[in-house]
Design a protein around this ligand. Sequence first.
Ligand SMILES: [Zn+2]
Length: 476
Amino acid sequence: MAYIQFLGAAGTVTGSKHLINTGDPSGKSGFQVLIDCGLFQGPKDWRERNWRDTPVPAKEIDAVILTHAHLDHCGWIPRLVKEGFRGPIYATSPTIDLCGIILPDSGHLQEEDARFYNKIKKSKHDPALPLYTFEEAQSSLQYFKPVRIGETVRLSSDISFRFLPAAHILGSCMAEVSLSINGRAHRMLFTGDIGRVRDQKIAPGKVVHSGPAEGETADLVVMESTYGNRMHPKEDPLPELAALITAAANRGGSVIVPAFAIERTQKFVFILKHLLESAQIPRMPVFCDSPMAIKAVEIFLKHDEEYSDETRSMIRQYGSPLAWPGFIFASTPEESKKINAAMMPSVIISSSGMVTGGRVLHHLAQRLPDPRNLVLFIGFQAPGTRGFAIKSKSDEVKIFGDLVPIRAQVAALEQFSDHADPPELLQWLHTFRNQPAATYLVHGEPEASGQLRDLMKKELGWNVDVAKYLEKVELS
Ligand SMILES: [Zn+2]
């Protein structure tokens, strides 16, 4: 019998991996497709699952359909290939370009982690090994196959799929899979991550177009629930943002913004350009200090078909962000060091977004003790990370083994999320042309998925369940 099995992002927000097995009447296993192939991140008992094999051998999986280039959706691909997978990995062209920088970088970090654990000899495994290396990640890129949004791809005689826009990040999409079971067509919608509404005031700075496509139909929906129990603030954050930056500049301080190098950094750069050009903040240099930021901007410029109207008009008016006066993109460690010597005030955008590593550590170690500075968070900070400790107004934080006092102002703006919240999800779900027979919620903490399930049952009258890790759902 045909079935779906949830191999990740069930009971947690990472490790997205959903297996479809088409089965066949002879009892042999059918065509096997993975929707997403993400890395488990965060708590250790989830991360340890990155080391487990898939329930079906990797070499028996026929294809991967990838919704977007975030590591929790694509970061296990090099491991799948290492385990013997040799099929096509279908993704949009921007997703493939972004994976080309994200996956090798992830391999490099895996190698660094293994080296670190071997040095402090704290690993259960002796020697500690990387999940995959930089080279292995590079080599997995050869299996990617570009698919245009809306194009139908036939995988076998009984299964096909097409991508639909998800409006989450550049290249992101939903996967609509059509399966023929005993001659009856069965349409399944895997949402991947879902982007924000079209309202630029409450979801500002969208580089990509907003809002998923309306008027869907599906027999079965597998939907994300990251923000299932949280609401985004509904006020325009730009006046508050301008006031925070201006106040820091007036007291002679700099603004440090920890941000992921891809999408979030580009989004923030466009917002700063808007604030500077409309004279809402004083003129000051903006440094983008992430090794991947330049490559990411180049990928964004290549895929202008995905831009929101605002982004398109800004590029028409001002050209490439890489050439904007006063915006400095650092790629080498030497260029990065120069930023530390730079005059105040300035804005420094640097990764990692949750301050778990990367160049932002140097900037914070130097600037956290000075009360003139502002540390501004524009992304989610997971409990247990340095970013969470700083945001929670701790007195000090450990960086490079030293306790650094936190005297700088710390602020957080929650409006820059790339995930729809419950009212936004309902707004989209209300446009469905039919009521799906079953909906499974994935990609959420248990509390978030549970609350969204209850809300959807109440507001839509749909049959909704929260997916469980390794649960199999029969398709009939
Ligand atoms: Zn995502």
